[in-house]
Write a protein that binds this ligand. Sequence first.
Ligand code: SF4
Length: 89
Amino acid sequence: MKKKYDKREGYCRMLGHFLPFHYCRTMKEGLPCGKILDCWFEMIPIQQFIAENYSKEEQHSIFEPPKSRIDTIVEIVGKVEKDKDGKQD
Ligand code: SF4
């Protein structure tokens, strides 16, 4: 069922060329790109496809806003400090 539209092609404004739906539905560590609703709504019943093929948790992961650079840096620093604390014991 998930592979139903894999060979359809659409233009990606992010990458600047055409690509198959398969790429769009797997490009985020196996989950769909967060822009999949915007890019595919005119070509396939994309909302129905997402609702039928992905759990609520997966949908949350798909559509959560990307982390800002500062959030990523803070997260990395937090992990490093946590690792340091763990090694001192
Ligand atoms: S869903 Fe993502 S990868 Fe696919 S065309 Fe849109 S922006 Fe590009």
